[in-house]
Design a protein around this ligand. Structure first.
Ligand SMILES: N[C@@H](CCC(=O)N[C@@H](CS)C(=O)NCC(=O)O)C(=O)O
Length: 201
């Protein structure tokens, strides 16, 4: 049995989206970000970092949203995991790139631009993260102007991982990056993307 730990209102939405794409049966343990449960020894045994998402798949524990999705897509086959080694490598490239260039920057930016109550926002944090997000979006725009999908001719785990990390982008003005904006909508408009959104909104 697959168990998915983490609230849909956290990065766990990425794993829930993947599980929906693959039509997997799973148990959802809805633990919220910031919960003391994440620091409890039981959870720390699963993920010593005390972070979500984490999964347990028939006793196999795994953390890191990008790795979890690559694992689930590979394990359950289908077109979501590229079979061609070059496209497989592209899926890794875009997943690692997202963690390095976009993920944390976008979460911090969104928090301080529009998610947190105004009194808790820090304009300088919103600005410095935006300065990192712009060149990352430029890179993504160039890639998506060349090809509608990131790793081959169809939607794959590469698109899911990057688009899922860009959840907050759905609520931002991406007019300067039209290919990114359209691709982000295409990804999240998939039935599984909509189902994942419905779990958190
Ligand atoms: N790189 C990790 C980041 C995981 C992460 O930072 N998750 C947040 C929630 S979105 C968390 O668990 N924070 C700790 C806490 O809320 O106590 C991943 O992609 O899975």
């Amino acid at each position: 049995m697959l168990r998915i730990y983490g609230s849909a209102r956290s990065r766990t939405v990425r794993t829930l989206w993947m599980a929906q794409e693959l039509g997997l049966a799973y148990e959802h343990i809805d633990v919220a970000p910031g919960s003391p449960d994440l620091r409890a020894p039981g959870f720390k045994a699963l993920n010593p970092n005390g972070r979500i998402p984490a999964i347990e798949d028939d006793g196999f524990a795994l953390s890191e949203s990008m790795a979890i999705n690559l694992y689930l897509a590979k394990k359950h086959g289908g077109g979501l995991y590229p079979s061609d080694p070059k496209n497989e490598a592209r899926a890794w490239q875009w997943s690692f790139w997202t963690v390095d260039r976009l993920d944390r920057q976008l979460v911090i930016h969104a928090n301080h631009a529009f998610v947190l109550p105004e009194a808790q926002r820090n304009a300088a944090m919103a600005e410095t993260t935006w300065a990192e997000i712009v060149p990352a979006l430029d890179v993504l725009e160039t890639a998506l102007a060349r090809s509608p999908w990131l790793a081959g001719a169809a939607f794959t785990v590469a698109d899911l991982n990057v688009a899922a990390a860009m959840y907050r982008g759905l609520f931002m003005d991406l007019g300067n990056w039209p290919h990114v904006r359209d691709w982000l909508s295409r990804c999240w408009d998939r039935p599984a993307g909509k189902a994942a959104r419905a779990l958190r909104e």
